[in-house]
Write a protein that binds this ligand. Structure first.
Ligand code: NI
Ligand code: MN
Length: 230
């Protein structure tokens, strides 16, 4: 699996022939100025919730690429009114299957309103399941969330998580300590930190994070960096 970090909570993940872009907030991000938003490819755009720092570039990328936007019912409706026609609405607990992977929408503890203040449904996370060389692989993309016990259900259902994308910036989401606990709850192998440093209140000490996550493989991305994760 290949992943590229576009800053804040935005990643692109390649599974098989599919490019999955998650939570595109790039053009307003001062730290992501080097990223060429108009060059980003996507077959699917997954949105965890309606906050601007997760959906900002969705409309332009979806219209340019024709990517299928996958999110909760309220977000899909909102984007439909903006002319984004290729949407797939789901809700927490639901599964969508594609030829390359399955997505389960799972709970997050966070709020969700649209950039114009309208109702954005519930915030969510995603579990992506796919096969690589006939081996099951599991990704947990937490989105914005506090630590919560439902994360244990992910371990119960899937047994393990190969790659856990967890917010560590604190203030609006889990901080480092809670994210470490989350990694235990889902039985993570690799942890990919996100949602930090973008704004002053969520600046983190990455050296501290590396120490706290020493029981896990911590994969820290530079913005714009692509890595092969195994
Ligand atoms: Ni948020
Ligand atoms: Mn956020």
């Amino acid at each position: 699996m290949k992943a590229t970090y576009y800053g804040h909570g935005c990643f692109s993940i390649n599974i098989g022939d599919s490019i999955i872009l998650i939570d595109p907030f790039i053009s307003p991000n001062e730290l992501a100025k080097t990223v060429e938003v108009d060059a980003i490819k996507a077959d699917y755009i997954l949105l965890t919730h309606g906050h601007e720092d997760h959906v900002y570039d969705t409309e332009s990328i979806a219209k340019r690429t024709g990517a299928e936007v996958i999110a909760n019912f309220e977000l899909i409706n909102w984007f439909q009114k903006k002319g984004v026609e290729n949407g797939f609405a789901m809700n927490i607990g639901g599964i969508k299957r594609t030829p390359d992977f399955a997505i389960k929408m799972v709970s997050a503890v966070h709020s969700s309103s649209m950039p114009d203040g309208s109702y954005g449904g519930l915030a969510a996370g995603f579990v992506l399941v796919y096969q690589e060389d006939d081996v099951d692989k599991v990704i947990y993309f937490a989105g914005d969330t506090a630590l919560h016990k439902d994360m244990e259900l992910i371990q119960e259902e899937f047994g393990f998580v190969d790659f856990a994308f967890l917010p560590i910036g604190d203030v609006f989401t889990m901080g480092i300590d809670d994210a470490v606990e989350a990694a235990y709850l889902v039985n993570a192998d690799s942890v990919i930190p996100m949602h930090y440093d973008t704004f002053d209140p969520i600046k983190v000490d990455m050296e501290e994070a590396k120490e706290e996550f020493q029981e896990f493989r911590l994969e820290v991305f530079n913005i714009g960096e692509e890595k092969e994760l195994i």
